[in-house]
Design a protein around this ligand. Structure first.
Ligand code: ADP
Ligand code: MG
Length: 636
């Protein structure tokens, strides 16, 4: 609790204590003995006014301010009218006095408000604690001394030093030092990651054991931490349909109930159906129930909790609308390379043309791939153990879905698939092996091909099984790779559909075709690692990008970003989304049912203000506690 909340709580406690004493004095008849009748009524009026004002003076003040601004119908206004009305019942001497109720309504309304404020603060705190990954300095070495500087001032390519216990402030590559990194805040992964010189490091991880020297590869503002914080901060702006619905609903509900309250208080007594005091009291009870606080606060809080809980596990959801869409996903479309397979290809075989040295094929391929970020390129460079002298390369060019070309020592080298060969009218040799085939040509002459194979990710098969178990009807894989490779992976993983040899544009039309097959409310999610997937990520109902290390374009285009490369996070994300939506609907239905119940009872004269205020505050508390469950994602 912060200071303001503590003062608030103390004020409520003082008011409550006085209220209890006054209530006891009245109930035991002490007031009557002391002041006689009707003096006791005026005494209790004055005495109940004390706790009422202590607890509610700020509410009265707010109501007054809003009325002057012409903004009636807010909670403060409704509470003020209801409680002032209850006190004013003293003007009807023939009825029982209702000052106790007036004071009690104000007291419990404040208890509910305080609780809300505490709950919101609590969940905000847990998110910011989780998101407390932004380091406010970076160490750089100057004249043999470590100096702390603003991470914004560090240039790309500078060497920063991260000591054990510190957070890595900026993305980069280790140049010196060996250590263990705690990545839990980013990926939810509890096993520390071992790093040594050459390893890529993302900001936000905690350096655990050794001193690391890191050459930065990004400015602070574009580093992983900054991007994550930006995503989380903006998430609350993208509201779910349900959330908007509740806001609109509250705007209608409150005036309707208020008008009904007036009608209820005025019409029946005019028609001679009973005493004024009785009907006015029923109207006041309506006012107490007209406050939609339970809904207005608990629904956004649930979404907030769901997004926060997901981010604890390394799943970044860019808005509550995506959480809502995710809960309705019945088709999941995967990209293959880097998504279902780990994207590091092993060279299975090199098949040179007769008279060609296999090393010649591999070295030319590695040179041509020197500037590509594609997983294939990275793997080929890895397989070619030698140094690559970039000065020998010119005119590097990449054609997505086809391959690459570059001039190496004045000779044009092309590396790519059948499509690339066909495009340039070059004959190639078929290969009997199953795998991705990279044809290599030098100055238009076919020199042979390299067969590479990718390994499916450890948790890929389980993911597909989990998705099916969670009621996802269709798991589809799209790939630019060869059909035999695609079908082998499809069979191994138990996918429902596989589409191969697609260019990036074909992937968009494949997704569009699948979108057309969706019925009713069902949604389609596309999962890609982002290397040339951005258009598809945008087109799908929910675009999920894998691996924060994937391309920046994908993280921009995606609606959900998985920090690590594990496909199993997809089924987890869907389960979190569904749990959140379940909680949201539980709260909506529960709160409305109780409110409507009390309204009916109040209209019939069965429910009094006591019940109304306990119903209202009680429902709000239960709904808020329920909403906070959305934050807990362990064992979802
Ligand atoms: P996926 O759909 O599996 O993610 P891509 O669309 O990225 O694959 O690529 C499809 C195919 O295009 C690859 O299987 C490969 O044959 C060819 N290709 C793409 N990029 C390259 C590259 N850099 N070098 C060689 N071949 C490539
Ligand atoms: Mg790809």
């Amino acid at each position: 609790m912060n200071k303001k909340q503590k003062r608030w709580r103390n004020r409520i406690l003082v008011a409550l204590a006085i209220f209890v004493v006054v209530f006891a004095l009245e109930e035991t008849g002490t007031l009557t003995t002391m002041f006689g009748t009707p003096g006791d009524v005026y005494a209790s009026f004055a005495l109940f006014l004390i706790p009422y004002l202590i607890a509610g003076y700020d509410v009265l003040h707010k109501a007054w301010r809003n009325i002057r601004r012409g903004q009636a119908f807010d909670e403060a206004f409704l509470m003020t009218v209801a409680t002032v009305g209850a006190f004013a019942m003293v003007l009807f001497p023939e009825t029982e006095p209702h000052m106790a109720e007036g004071a009690a309504v104000m007291l419990f309304y404040q208890v509910g408000e305080l609780f809300q404020s505490y709950a919101v603060g609590q969940s905000r705190k847990s998110i910011s604690a989780m998101m407390d990954i932004a380091p406010d300095y970076a160490n750089i070495e100057q004249d043999g001394q470590l100096v702390e500087v603003d991470p914004d001032e560090v240039q790309v390519g500078d060497i920063i030093v991260v000591k054990p216990g510190e957070r890595v402030p900026i993305d980069g590559v280790v140049t010196e030092g060996v250590s263990q990194l705690d990545t839990a805040a980013l990926t939810g992964e509890s096993v520390p990651r071992h790093v040594e010189p050459g390893a890529d490091i993302i900001s936000g991880c905690i350096n655990m054991t050794g001193i690391l020297h890191i050459r930065t590869t990004k400015p602070f503002g574009e580093s992983t931490v900054s991007r994550i914080l930006e995503l989380v901060e903006n998430a609350s702006e993208k509201k779910a349909r349900t959330e908007n619905f509740i806001t609109r609903f509250a705007r209608v509900y409150t005036p309707i109930v208020t008008i009904s309250a007036v009608v209820l208080a005025v019409v029946p007594p005019i028609l001679g159906m009973g005493a004024w005091s009785d009907w006015i009291l029923r109207g006041l009870t309506f006012l107490v129930v007209s406050c939609p606080c339970a809904l207005v606060i608990s629904v956004p809080l649930s979404f907030f909790g769901g997004i926060g809980g997901a981010s604890k596990l390394g799943i970044l959801v860019k808005g509550s609308n995506y959480l809502e869409l995710l809960s309705k996903v019945d088709t999941v479309v995967f990209d293959k390379t880097g998504t279902l397979t780990n994207g590091t290809f092993n060279v299975v075989a090199i098949h040179p043309e007769s008279g060609v040295d296999p090393d010649y094929v591999l070295s030319n391929a590695a040179y041509a791939e020197a500037f590509s970020d594609h997983p294939i390129a990275i793997s080929i460079r890895e397989a070619y153990a030698g140094e690559i002298d970039q000065a020998r390369i010119a005119d590097a060019h990449e054609e997505s879905g086809h391959g690459v070309s570059a001039r190496v020592d004045e000779r044009v080298v092309m590396v790519g698939n059948d499509k690339l060969m066909a495009e340039h009218g070059i004959d190639w040799h078929e290969c009997k092996l199953t795998g991705t085939i990279l044809h290599v040509t030098v100055d238009g002459t076919y020199v042979g091909h390299i067969v590479i194979a990718d390994v499916v990710k450890e948790d890929a098969e389980q993911t597909i099984r989990d998705l099916h178990a969670a009621g996802v009807a269709k798991c589809v894989m799209l790939t630019g790779d060869r059909r035999d490779v695609a079908e082998a992976v499809g069979k191994q993983l138990g996918l429902d559909e596989v589409h191969a040899q697609l260019l990036p544009a074909d992937k968009v039309s494949a997704v569009e075709r699948l979108l057309n097959l969706e019925h009713g409310d069902a949604k389609l999610a596309f999962v890609g690692d982002g290397i040339n997937d951005a258009p598809v990520l945008m087109r799908a109902d929910v675009g999920i990008a894998m691996g924060a290390m994937g391309s920046d374009a994908a993280i921009e285009a995606a609606d959900v970003v998985l920090m690590d490369d594990k496909p199993s996070k997809i089924s987890l994300a869907i389960r979190i989304a569904r749990k959140t939506m379940r909680i949201v609907w539980q709260n909506i239905i529960f709160a409305l049912a109780v409110k409507i119940g009390i309204l009916v009872l109040a209209a019939l004269g069965i429910a009094n203000m006591w019940l109304a205020v306990f119903g209202d505050v009680g429902v709000a508390m239960i709904a808020i506690l329920n909403a906070m469950r959305a934050m807990r994602v362990k064992g979802v």
